[in-house]
Design a protein around this ligand. Structure first.
Ligand code: ZN
Length: 357
């Protein structure tokens, strides 16, 4: 106790005078610039790693479920590409180092998804794309936009025919051809927010940085992604729009996971849309767990995620708003896990049961 008094007395003395009293550290400005560069590089590496993780798990789930996604499917190669001038000038030198983007603003491949068509065909991160199907690929923003458009037409929205890329790797030109993977039509992005949240607008799914930190392993991230893809597969956003009468615009389904979560554009539309939201949440949990199980993720411990959620947000344990409570979701997922396990043991196909009419 005595020690504490002495310590707080010291704080008071220091606080009484303006400015720092201890000797000033002499920091070399060149060293500061070097450290700034290093920290920017770490930040880019971290961002890339999170993005890779998110895309790898999403791709695996979307690919494993193409069969049950019906007409909501597209072809994808499983690689990203960009040119240096697509990014802010300050960060460009770091991107040449860390992402291996071409210093001459030519299109460069990055974030190839493991196990994807591009990966299996031998495309590598850092490959510089010079031609697609024999046509020259431009540089910079315009080159990227034109390449994107071509790829969308031929691969993404095409009928599965192969594309051929000419790439430069360590100065050597080589041709790489592949057909896209058939996957469920959903995209994934990371949202720059620390809230533990996920969101879908019916096609594009966003997972927050806070959620990326909250999940302990890939299986837990697969629960979140399966749930959002489940909303998309079951057309919940479209149905929500139809249920909300009077032409109100509703942005999508926000899984704020707080119980009160949904962010609707209009109070009037809220009531009509929310009438179905608990049902939709349960359906997304149901379909989502099938989706993660079909992709080979461990669905057995999935329910536990909702106990963690209850700890993270104690309000969600008992408060039921537009979403079921975390307690209901835990029990629901346990039931779904039992159903899936029984099907696996009996050698049945893993397809969600539809209501008998
Ligand atoms: Zn949801």
């Amino acid at each position: 106790m005595k020690r504490f008094v002495v310590a707080s007395g010291m704080v008071l003395t220091l606080a009484a005078c303006g400015g720092a009293q201890t000797q000033r550290l002499n920091i070399d400005p060149t060293a500061v610039a070097e450290e700034q560069y290093k920290q920017m590089a770490f930040a880019v590496e971290y961002q890339l790693k999170s993005q890779q993780r998110l895309e790898r798990i999403s791709y695996k789930i979307l690919k494993a479920n193409a069969e049950i996604c019906g007409p909501r499917v597209i072809y994808r190669g499983g690689f990203n590409f960009s040119a240096l001038s697509n990014f802010d000038k300050n960060i460009q030198p770091v991107l040449v180092d860390v992402m291996k983007l071409d210093a001459n603003d030519r299109l460069t491949v990055f974030n190839i998804i493991k196990g994807s068509a591009a990966d299996q065909a031998g495309l590598k991160n850092g490959d510089v794309i010079t031609k697609i199907d024999g046509q020259l690929v431009g540089t910079g923003k315009r080159g990227r936009a034109a390449f994107d458009e071509y790829l969308e037409k031929v691969m993404t929205n095409g009928s599965g025919q192969p594309i051929s890329l000419t790439v430069l790797r360590d100065g050597q030109a080589m041709d790489i051809s592949f057909s896209g993977d058939l996957v469920c039509r959903s995209t994934i992005s990371m949202a720059e927010s620390d809230a533990v949240n996920a969101y879908t607008n019916g096609e594009n799914v966003f997972v927050t940085r806070g959620m990326m930190r909250f999940v302990d392993n890939d299986d837990e991230l697969a629960i979140v992604l399966g749930h959002e893809f489940g909303h998309n597969l079951m057309s919940h956003v479209e149905k929500t729009k139809n249920n909300a009468m009077g032409g109100y615009v509703i942005g999508g389904i926000v899984d704020a996971l707080l119980g009160t979560g949904s962010v609707f554009a209009n109070e009037g539309a809220k009531g009509a849309a929310q009438a179905y939201s608990v049902e939709f949440e349960q359906e997304a949990d149901y379909v989502g767990m099938y989706m993660m199980a079909r992709a080979g993720y461990d669905y057995d411990n999935a329910a536990y995620f909702w106990r963690k959620m209850g700890v993270n947000n104690t309000q969600s344990i008992t408060f039921s708003g537009s979403h079921p409570t975390s307690a209901e979701r835990f029990l629901g997922l346990e039931k779904i896990a039992d159903e899936i396990e029984a099907k696996q043991q009996n050698g049945q196909v893993l397809v969600p049961n539809l209501k008998s009419k």
